[in-house]
Design a protein around this ligand. Structure first.
Ligand code: HAM
Length: 431
């Protein structure tokens, strides 16, 4: 009998990795509590219509990636209901907001969730068919201030705080305004017009998108189409005064609290509900799947699924990717910590005794030193030093005579001349 394995794109999480997951989740809960968010748990499967209407029929998620089935009818008179494993959680949260009439409180609802999502994507590093998200949503009637740019900035500031508390470094916040419902038709018309004469030169997927959902063309990764995409009109040129003022106010609030960002006029998102602010936090360590999290404003989502006007903003962090980033970072930190401060390379056997003396002095000042051998060729010294130490110190006849040593820093590639008296201080200073 063949052995059974976890289904393609799914995986088991085992100790000790689960401890890291728990730590991340606990940190998120702690940070969210400080911003007064409460937890919501919605069902893992929903009526397929929720995603068709909420996320959009023409999106990749809905048109290609959902796990959908017809639930068996209980009686002959009953029609089978089409159900779908949730590919994301925003539509479910907004459905719950409507169903439980949370808008009638007149207050902003601040809800977070942690749970699995399902998309039939091609599995690769950082992309799974069952993956986890930590997300949060702020929704409410306009009278509760749900449209205020302050809400957008507060959510982004909370995310920056969470990533910093988790110790994640090297992230970039990419932000854009994708315009309101009134800007959208003008922009789509401009995109269609610009695409009409060139679309036949594009990939099959983009030819179809140019017809059905031209916004999707913008975030296509197809290399053959990039030149055309570069020249397409930018959404920023089609924003009305309200959308521009809103976006400017979001950026000003981010400036005020020191959250750095990069305005990316090409940023669009893979879900149709976004209006105005859209964002992603990327991380270079993740490779091709570099979005650590994504989110934005969805002022019309509630109405699209039959609810009252309830603008909102939120995000979802890819928990699998967050953990991958933390693991890679920890590994790098451990490797760095294991490195010696310097490798002393005597440039000839005659320098060996003086090099030993130099190593002794540096070690006495508390530095971790590797000592090479004057019989090594320079290339070999560099190869070994590069594996074992942060810096290499070249120690030849000239250096011995002048007391000025050449030091190369492997991290920066910088080579400097340092007087022997200052060597210990220089070797101690690294970021
Ligand atoms: P999304 O951009 O589709 O947005 O997903 C958010 C994050 O989930 C991505 O940035 C990524 O880190 C992670 N993710 C998505 N697909 C996969 C996958 N197949 N494997 C691993 N990780 C994945 C949403 O889902 C929106 N609901 C976010 C939102 C909340 N917008 C407003 N509120």
């Amino acid at each position: 009998m063949s052995t059974l394995k976890a289904v393609r794109g799914t995986r088991d999480l085992l100790p000790p990795e689960t401890e890291l997951w728990n730590r991340v989740e606990a940190t998120a809960r702690r940070v969210f509590a400080r911003y007064n968010f409460g937890e919501i748990r919605t069902p893992i499967f929903e009526d397929t219509q929720l995603f068709a209407r909420g996320v959009g029929e023409e999106t990749d998620i809905v048109s290609k990636e959902m796990y959908t089935w017809d639930d068996r009818a209980r009686a002959q008179s009953e029609k089978a209901q089409s159900l779908t494993l949730r590919p994301e959680n925003t539509a479910g949260v907004v459905r719950a907001y409507i169903e439980h009439k949370l808008g009638e409180t007149g207050l902003l609802q601040k809800l977070y969730y942690i749970g699995p999502q399902f998309r039939r994507e091609r599995p690769q590093k950082g992309r799974y068919r069952q993956f986890w998200q930590i997300g949060a949503e702020v929704i409410g009637p306009p009278s509760a201030g749900s449209e205020s740019p302050l809400r957008d900035a507060e959510v982004l500031e909370m995310l920056a705080t969470l990533l910093n508390e988790l110790g994640i470094t090297g992230w970039t916040l990419e932000i854009n305004s994708v315009g309101s419902a009134t800007d959208r038709p003008r922009y789509l018309a401009a995109l269609r017009e610009a695409l009409a004469p060139v679309k036949h030169k594009m990939s099959e997927d983009n030819q179809r998108r140019a017809e059905t959902n031209p916004l999707r063309v913008l975030d296509s990764k197809d290399p053959q189409d990039q030149e055309i995409i570069e020249k397409l009109p930018k959404v920023a040129d089609y924003l009305d005064e309200d959308s521009k003022t809103h976006f400017t106010a979001v950026l000003a609030a981010l400036d005020a609290c020191g959250v750095s960002y990069h305005v990316n006029p090409r940023l669009v998102r893979g879900l149709d509900y976004y209006t105005r602010t859209a964002f992603e936090f990327t991380h270079s360590g993740l490779g091709a799947q570099n979005a650590l999290l994504g989110g934005g404003r969805y002022d019309g989502l509630s109405e699209a699924i039959g609810g009252p006007k309830a603008p909102g903003i939120g995000f979802a962090i890819g928990l699998d990717r967050l953990v991958l980033t933390l693991q890679a970072q920890q590994e790098q930190e451990q490797q760095q910590a294991a490195l010696a401060d310097a490798f002393i390379a005597p440039l000839g056997e005659a320098q060996n005794p003086a090099a030993l003396e130099l190593a002794r002095d540096l070690r006495r000042s508390g530095l971790h030193i590797e000592l090479g051998d004057g019989s090594f060729r320079l290339k070999k010294s560099f190869e070994i030093a590069n594996k074992l130490a942060r810096k290499i110190v070249l120690f030849g006849e000239d250096e011995l005579r002048s007391g000025i040593l050449t030091v190369k820093d492997f991290a920066t590639g910088e080579q400097t001349k340092i007087p022997r008296a200052e060597l210990a201080r220089t070797l101690k200073s690294h970021p």
